[in-house]
Design a protein around this ligand. Sequence first.
Ligand SMILES: Nc1nc2c(ncn2[C@@H]2O[C@H](COP(=O)(O)OP(=O)(O)O)[C@@H](O)[C@H]2O)c(=O)[nH]1
Ligand SMILES: [Mg+2]
Length: 230
Amino acid sequence: METLSISRQRWAMATATNSHQSQKDAADQNFDYMFKLLIIGNSSVGKTSFLFRYADDSFTSAFVSTVGIDFKVKTVFRNNKRIKLQIWDTAGQERYRTITTAYYRGAMGFLLMYDITNQDSFSAVQDWATQIKTYSWDNAQVILVGNKCDLEDDRLVPTEDSQRLAHELGFQFFEASAKDNINVKQVFECLVDVICDKMNESLDGDGPVSNHKDSSQQDTFPEGHGGCAC
Ligand SMILES: Nc1nc2c(ncn2[C@@H]2O[C@H](COP(=O)(O)OP(=O)(O)O)[C@@H](O)[C@H]2O)c(=O)[nH]1
Ligand SMILES: [Mg+2]
């Protein structure tokens, strides 16, 4: 484990307590860095399915109840670093648009998800992006994910529209399928890489990394393992 400077600590993540967490990965303290990631987007776009596919390599076409799952943990190796990902699901809060600001706290990366067969979910992307900009850290990185790309016959959102929007918002973009396991791993790896790139960029600069709009959120980057050198 490295000795961390103050600015590096700003990248650090705390291990949130979670009574539902049972994976052995969660207890594993053998990692170099930890990133908190959030999956956000309209209800039923496939957020929970996407998380299950990535963390457990499982998929069920039955309705996946989000209740009771706050986050899953997965450790990845990128550029000789063990990076522990703490990936948060919305616990169903998005159903009522009641996502609390606490949910955003400390997040370093977002998967902003819509469903390529659901125009409403795509129209909501802009609103979700605004939420991220309002409540999260300025340096948080976002990837736009068009899920359910296995349902090509039912597609309502053209790929070009999403590419254009992603470009406008400054996000990377993938189409993916939790069901057919298309681009799931790639999406997470891309998010980890852009977080690492941003982190290195910030650490190379002069000042501290903190860019919170709201100083009351300063406590959202508590001490821990941080400072990516990947
Ligand atoms: N065809 C298809 N269905 C999916 C995919 N991902 C999720 N679903 C289905 O979409 C529904 C909503 O998924 P869920 O993960 O609960 O969405 P959430 O509300 O965003 O967490 C469920 O019936 C899933 O089985 C996908 O990639 N392809
Ligand atoms: Mg869900």
